[in-house]
Design a protein around this ligand. Sequence first.
Ligand code: ARG
Length: 460
Amino acid sequence: MTEKVTWSQRFESALHPAIARFNASISFDIELIEYDITGSQAHAKMLAHTGIISPEEGEKLVTGLEQIRQEYQQGQFQPGIDAEDVHFAVEKRLTEIVGDVGKKLHTARSRNDQVGTDTRLYLREQITQIRQYLREFQTVLLEIAEQNVETLIPGYTHLQRAQPVSLAHHLLAYFQMAQRDWERLGDVYKRVNISPLGCGALAGTTFPIDRHYTAKLLDFDSIYANSLDGVSDRDFAIEFLSAASIIMVHLSRLSEEVILWSSEEFRFVTLKDSCATGSSIMPQKKNPDVPELVRGKTGRVFGHLQAMLVIMKGLPLAYNKDLQEDKEGIFDSVNTVKACLEAMTILMKEGLEFRHQRLAAAVTEDFSNATDVADYLAARGVPFREAYNLVGKVVKTSIAAGKLLKDLTIEEWQQIHPAFEADIYAAISPRQVVAARNSYGGTGFDQIQQAILSAHTQLS
Ligand code: ARG
């Protein structure tokens, strides 16, 4: 039988040890300890401010809590499972330190509003950190884009060569995804930053508390309007996990491209030794483990989002112990997203070498300039659909003859249509094909220069 827990007076016998282990969250919610202390300090100050406890008592609680923070940071406070959860652990230790006044801390509060407060304080800080990681990732993408405005790379649809694009354009697409991620997290932050403290167990409290006071001390933007909602809302967690999942989607897509690019079939990039690993049996192998792990870890973040949605579905008001299950998924998602952003930033910054000769050859060895031939005719008055059909035939006969469009003689071009002139060769060179796509947001070099300028503005 285990040691007596806080609520044991109402019970005849102690908890079965296996059930105590099953019930306890201390093994993982210890992650919240510093937020729990900060939240409790605000609560203690409010109790003193409103006269619910004396100023001296408030002072003792705040100082005692600060001592627990020190003890924890120095590794001297390591509560075991008899504490059940981090909230009981801190309260128990506080009473050991400050004596009976420690037992006043939980006046006008429940663990239900307490845990909601802690989780929000934790997520708030984590969101700020993840946004910083996103900024670093974006900065690296932008740097590589700036160095590669004129580097051409095949652009794909259906994973078939479609039209060549600037490598900068390709990387700036990921920059914009990360920009939305950064903005989305800023938006999630607004819903995280609402205080449930003072909602009590579910219905509020009989004490004359001041919820605005604690919210202000803890830097919350506002407070929950309804106590039932305040203690049982986890929308903010669902929102965070969904923003985290979308970040992982973006990282996973980039990972997949890097994996393809580094394959013998593409050969667009070489993985540098600092970011690649070898095989235990095949001596020639250099494996893209970093992007593979990022792609693989995406699954667990999606899983945590799904779990959170299922936890909430069908949950009656207000607090239910099911909500204890929110934490591990949140913590793991935070850690996973940070680790993946860090690894991808390093991989992009120093782990990849673009093979410029190979890329230059890749954009000249296919028919990805066929649209430009059709556009050439359309610009000279031939209806686009007619031009398109004509070029389709040319592609077919060229493939049969083992030729590329650039290999056709001027006579052959003019047999196809009299509108073709000697400038057709320049018009279908990969560089010109890219430069000409100068519509807003397109891959044309002028557009990319603009996009780079806007990206700097977005970062500033
Ligand atoms: N460890 C609990 C959790 O994480 C704290 C709240 C417990 N509340 C309760 N009424 N049993 O949700």
